[in-house]
Design a protein around this ligand. Structure first.
Ligand SMILES: Cc1cc2nc3c(=O)[nH]c(=O)nc-3n(C[C@H](O)[C@H](O)[C@H](O)COP(=O)(O)O)c2cc1C
Length: 176
């Protein structure tokens, strides 16, 4: 890999616009992005009108393909962002199930000490969600909730979403 390649996981939480903006950001910063999308992730991103994500990225790995490069630590990915991250996927990563390629890829990042950023979106959080987040933070993941801010006076949804994406990126770049 000549340029740093990131993995972007998209799950069935609301907030596909974050993934769309993340792809744009990564492109502008000369990162290559490979995608892993869960079944519900694809349904929700179509529901939210962001299906163009599936055309505008590099490689898309099949969710059940454990022979794909993200499934192994020998592949040289820089790290992984899961954006948006459902509570279901977050719980399965915390439990170490590795039962689809997205969850396995996150597990690989943790075992190889590579950056793993989870962007959960749910409200309110229940005790199980909070315990899973604490567990993952302690295991080496960064937890950056999809909590956009307003103090830069965003003029549209894209600018609002960017307040989260910028935070994800700056956290990620810390490791470079
Ligand atoms: C329109 C829609 C919005 C959803 N939003 C959320 C959400 O914001 N957070 C969440 O944790 N789950 C949300 N869900 C539920 C998840 O999609 C569901 O738990 C699913 O099993 C997650 O699967 P995945 O983690 O494999 O993508 C939503 C479902 C739908 C249909």
């Amino acid at each position: 890999m000549n340029v740093p390649t990131l993995l972007l996981g998209i799950t069935g939480a609301s907030g596909s616009i974050y993934a769309k903006r993340f792809l744009q950001y990564a492109k502008e910063r000369v990162f290559e992005v490979e995608l892993i999308v869960t079944k519900t992730g694809e349904a929700v991103l179509r529901h939210e009108g962001c299906e163009d994500i599936l055309q505008n990225c590099g490689k898309i790995h099949k969710i059940d393909d454990f022979f794909a490069p993200p499934a192994t630590g020998s592949s040289g990915y820089y790290g992984m962002v899961i954006l948006p991250c459902s509570m279901g996927t977050l719980g399965r990563i915390a439990a170490g199930t590795s039962d689809n390629l997205l969850i396995r890829a996150a597990d690989v990042c943790l075992k190889e000490s590579r950056p793993l950023v989870l962007v959960p979106r749910e409200m309110p959080f229940n005790e199980i969600h909070l315990e899973n987040m604490l567990k993952l933070k302690r295991a080496g993941a960064a937890i950056i909730p999809a909590s956009p801010h307003f103090y830069k006076h965003p003029k549209n949804l894209e600018e609002l979403a960017d307040t989260v994406v910028e935070k994800v990126f700056s956290n990620f770049l810390h490791f470079l």
